[in-house]
Design a protein around this ligand. Sequence first.
Ligand code: NAG
Ligand code: NAG
Ligand code: NAG
Ligand code: NAG
Ligand code: NAG
Ligand code: NAG
Ligand code: NAG
Ligand code: NAG
Ligand code: NAG
Length: 484
Amino acid sequence: MRRTPKNTPSSEMVMAVVFVVLLATTKGVESRKARRENAGGEYFEYCAISCRAKSASLTDYGGVGDGTTSNTKAFQEAITHLSQYKSEGGSQLVVPPGKWLTGSFNLTSHFTLYLHKDAVLLASQDESEWPVIEPLPSYGRGRDNTDGGRFISLIFGTNLTDVVITGDNGTIDGQGEVRWQKFKKGQLNYTRPYLIEIMYSENIQISNLTLVNSPSWNVHPIYSSNVLVQGITILAPVTSPNTDGINPDSCTNTRIEDCYIVSGDDCIAVKSGWDEYGIAFGMPTKQLVIRRLTCISPFSAVIALGSEMSGGIQDVRAEDIFAIDSESGVRIKTAVGRGGFVKDIYVRGMTMKTMKWAFWMTGNYGSHADNGYDPNALPVIQNINYHDMVAENVTMAAKLEGIPGDPFTGICISNVTITLAKKAKKLPWNCTDIAGISSGVVPQPCEALADQGPGNVTACNFPEESLPIDNVQVQVCSYRREHW
Ligand SMILES: *[C@@H]1O[C@H](CO)[C@@H](O)[C@H](O)[C@H]1NC(C)=O
Ligand SMILES: *[C@@H]1O[C@H](CO)[C@@H](O)[C@H](O)[C@H]1NC(C)=O
Ligand SMILES: *[C@@H]1O[C@H](CO)[C@@H](O)[C@H](O)[C@H]1NC(C)=O
Ligand SMILES: *[C@@H]1O[C@H](CO)[C@@H](O)[C@H](O)[C@H]1NC(C)=O
Ligand SMILES: *[C@@H]1O[C@H](CO)[C@@H](O)[C@H](O)[C@H]1NC(C)=O
Ligand SMILES: *[C@@H]1O[C@H](CO)[C@@H](O)[C@H](O)[C@H]1NC(C)=O
Ligand SMILES: *[C@@H]1O[C@H](CO)[C@@H](O)[C@H](O)[C@H]1NC(C)=O
Ligand SMILES: *[C@@H]1O[C@H](CO)[C@@H](O)[C@H](O)[C@H]1NC(C)=O
Ligand SMILES: *[C@@H]1O[C@H](CO)[C@@H](O)[C@H](O)[C@H]1NC(C)=O
């Protein structure tokens, strides 16, 4: 038996031992996996809100993963066929390794779409493979300000329940370049498609995928409830137009966690409809949890609330957020004519590096759907809480601009340390038409945020009680098959 060394091992030694153990573990897993594959079959496990009785592969429906053959029909036929198992334990469609070119297809209930880690869905450039659908009722028109319809998303679902879109980090490539150029040149006939849009649905999971180069927004759950978004990587050039990451829109009970987003617009944009259309539809986004998000968004916000918020936004809880090189940390965007509300917003535990503004509120965002908006429809912005944050290399701590005659109230900022950049603005805080309190904030906030002294750093409380979506659990599901 070895004698215990007299000196405690150096941290390098500990690291080396840990590394070797990890390596051995990984090798073990890999060799077990390899043995399974050598035996001619395929087996894997994943976590989901529900498992399925029936399994199929895209190749069972004539799918060809060569990167040039269109699989639109294969997807549509597969899902139409599998939809018959709705009431018999549900079904899962597996996309094997390969490059699968496809236009839009629709999902069904009690259904899982699973992308193998080496599967890439390539969005077709052929516009005939993308049906044009009605504008969203809460928007009145296409968001790209095109009259008439909008291209349906690549993966679309409406009026569904119990849907899982997941994979072992498989990829969905929106091949957005052509549409970004058309948008920039004003050549779009219809609003650009999103990558994933789920409407009027409940019990949705979108997880463990990488989404790249979306033509526009990436993940858009709308008019839905009980939505779980986990482990999504979103990558788009930071100069690509409106490539928002995840946009919960008129949704109740949504949980977004463990996501990494680098994009050309807001990483998370919380929405609820646009001007008179959103007011008439009247469906808020509420009970939203955002946690463990990493974001890089040089020209936009880490978390934006609005600008389309006419149905209201209430009870948003964001924590453990890491932002690098972004324009603003949390941003509220609204305008006269939006109506609606943004209230009971709680953000804590945010670390920001290289920011233009840590906090930004804009009451004159404009960007109206049309000239039919009601100039008397004033948004209500109240009870906005930010605490326990550190920001470095910041050009301006905050620009908080309410609406004259309609101040944003109940703003609470505590225990926040902002280190300004060398080339910072002279005035670190600029506040107009806002009111609230602060405690333990550096640099000294504007007078509109009345300083409570250092003893009130625990003001701006984060809610204690959990939301129903916090309690949603996933289970281990498996897939076994002789051949792809
Ligand atoms: C998908 O659903 C939408 C809305 O119901 C419909 O307009 C579209 O044609 C469907 N797509 C296919 C390929 O069936
Ligand atoms: C989907 O649900 C909405 C809201 O309940 C309803 O208005 C619409 O007619 C439904 N659409 C379909 C295709 O069932
Ligand atoms: C998934 O893939 C992306 C892109 O290759 C990578 O950046 C990310 O780290 C991967 N995520 C996991 C959990 O492996
Ligand atoms: C788009 O609109 C232009 C005119 O603005 C027209 O020339 C072109 O044919 C349209 N393209 C499609 C695919 O409808
Ligand atoms: C999916 O991602 C989560 C993190 O979001 C991770 O814990 C889990 O292991 C991943 N599962 C698979 C099957 O990759
Ligand atoms: C202040 O915030 C930091 C994180 O930025 C946290 O570690 C610390 O515990 C907080 N202090 C108090 C008194 O809550
Ligand atoms: C600080 O921010 C500026 C841009 O405002 C950037 O050029 C510089 O590299 C950053 N410095 C550090 C130390 O991150
Ligand atoms: C502060 O903000 C107001 C409203 O946006 C603006 O008019 C004013 O010029 C700003 N002041 C400074 C010093 O930047
Ligand atoms: C600030 O602290 C004092 C004393 O600790 C307390 O009485 C007061 O209610 C606090 N104010 C807020 C807004 O938390």
